[in-house]
Design a protein around this ligand. Sequence first.
Ligand code: SF4
Length: 756
Amino acid sequence: METRVHHRTCPFCEATCGLEVTTRGDEVVSIRGDDEDVLSHGFICPKAYGLKQLHEDPDRLTTPLVRRDGELVEASWDEAFEEIDRRLSPLLVEHGRNAVAVYLGNPNAHNLSAMVYLPALLRALGSQNLYSAATVDQMPKQVSAGLMFGAMLSVPVPDVDRTDHLLILGANPLVSNGSLLTAPDMRGRLRSIRERGGKVVVVDPRRTRTADEADEHQFIRPGADALLLAALACTLVEEDLVDPGRLVEHVNGLDDVVALVRGFRPERVASACGIEAEEIRRMARELAAAPRAAVYARIGTCTQEFGTLASWLVDVLNVLTGNLDREGGAMFTLAAAGQRNASGARGTGKGVRFDRWRSRVRGLPEVYGELPVACLAEEMDTPGEGQVRALVTIAGNPVVSTPNAGRLERAIEGLDFVLAIDIYVNETTRHADVILPAPEPLQKSHYDLALYQLAVHDVANYSPAVFERSGPAEWELFLRLAGVVSGQGPDADIEAIDALVISTLVQREVGNPASPVAGRDPAELIAALEPRRGPERALDFMLRVGPYGDAFDGAAREGSPALTLDRLEGSPHGIDLGPHRPRVPEVLRTPSGKIELAPEPIVADVERLRAALERDRNGGMVLIGRRQLRSNNSWMHNLPALVKGKDRCTLHVHPGDAERLELEDGGQALISSASGAIEVPVEVTDAIMPGVVSIPHGWGHDAPGVRMSVASDHAGVNSNVLADETQVDPLSGNAVLNGIPVEIAPVPAREPVAAG
Ligand code: SF4
């Protein structure tokens, strides 16, 4: 049998590493890093090998499952869609569009078909009950970016490869390989900063692997990042170190910010942060003195009660020090396709709009078209007009990934219908009435529409599918489902819906005066995309009208590499589009055309932060999460290579706390919160600060009905049982998953049960 070598992008995390996958027939022979990949240059992490095991995984679904007499049994594709139509359509007719909720999991962000076709499916469904992993992750960043820069993905990216000083808060990029920062081999990149004489500072309640690589690590009390960031800004103001440089003429609200941060003197916030005031002042001085510096903060600063304020203050600091939009600072990408901040004329934006509707029960505002997943359970289990009666999950496992998992699971059990598109029967999909198996990554093409908008260096890389799949392509599933929810029945004309999708995309572009194809004939442009169909047709279009595209005239615009999908297909290691270049003011999409340094909703929320300073700190223990190199949220624990070795789902506790609480290394602890209680093995370590404990999320695979045999053997516990769904960051609706107050007690060793 012929051996073939394929070059493709790893779909598992945001780093988008290039892989060299060798196959023989239907077998994956080997996986290694692609030395010629334009972004990763051969780097990979252990998760990449999981691709082979995922391909071979006997638990991975390949046939639709339909619940019959209480059991999920195999069915044909037609039977599955008929069942969906039979169960879902009457609910929509009787109870309205909002009766069906949708939850989108994190893998959709890595999925070309999902990025292109889910908007069409969601439009066809028309439900306001849209939820996603964004509100247990990065929504504060997107809210802050939208209010400050005018677009939700205009999140400045630290220019890691050219900076002299990197201040990292609540992120562990050595393990995550970057988050809202596509940057493979962060260890190498951080070492380079130090080798060129720069400095890396990590602020985190844990001494993470990233902290071990840094010049300096500061422990901080969970939830206090916004206070620290405000105190750093205050120091800049008080010590006359504010110097926005050329940004001054592009910024609104500088004086307002200067006034706001004055209330957060280091001496005032030190005890809340757990960092000495003089240390805070020194950190601010060093940040200001560095020739090129960037502040970067991620999940630990987002999944907390001041998530949006912390995200905003990160970029306030980058502006105040003159490091926003300058080489070696925090910069805006210019992605080849799908970049929302690359189209439209500056200063004509309407600005981002939130709160167009509210959740029925708690009245939480909509953000970028979705509601906080922290209120999903109550929308299901609270009776009344508008109650959610059905759930569609797409590559998601909210029972494990979202707060108060116990309540959510009970609420899902009470629904009239549950549909999942997934590769496993997991803790959530075990409750489904129909499961449509998604293709595995090697069975689909790949282009990172979302992640290249957050990359440390602009690149474009397209991977065709390695293996064919016997069932329908994923985009066809989405469109067939769109047919059902739009009343066309289970056998809708997918070609016709796809034609509508591409037509909508093209029409929007030709109607945009700033587009290179403004005013062109849509039919002529669509014809030029022949014979492509599906996501490839949409991608080709987006590339061609993008900032590096050929804009359909066959000739490069000046300085443009004339990108087309043809061209990418002929470049299996990707195309290097260069380091970031300054983009202010062209990148800005705020109504004013300026950086809004003091957006009104954020300014209004500062009072809440000030009030937090007055809080009585009772000295109780608080829980945080932790990222692990061989985990990716909840879904990779069925791959033997990624779960082997000692138990990773453990409670990290400081030796002093362990002694006081009578916890033993290797023993069991009972952790309880306002929402629930779990038992977890104890790991005593001084890598966590006193008063704080940590459990990784994404575990807890021993529920009955779960069909993930490897994961069930390494079950761990679901830490989200402890998260309180009533606690959210009010501006973004992001759940508070860090800093959860907990009680901890040792669990006595159980007596072995006598045989017989
Ligand atoms: S770092 Fe991420 S993209 Fe790179 S090999 Fe690992 S999982 Fe894949």
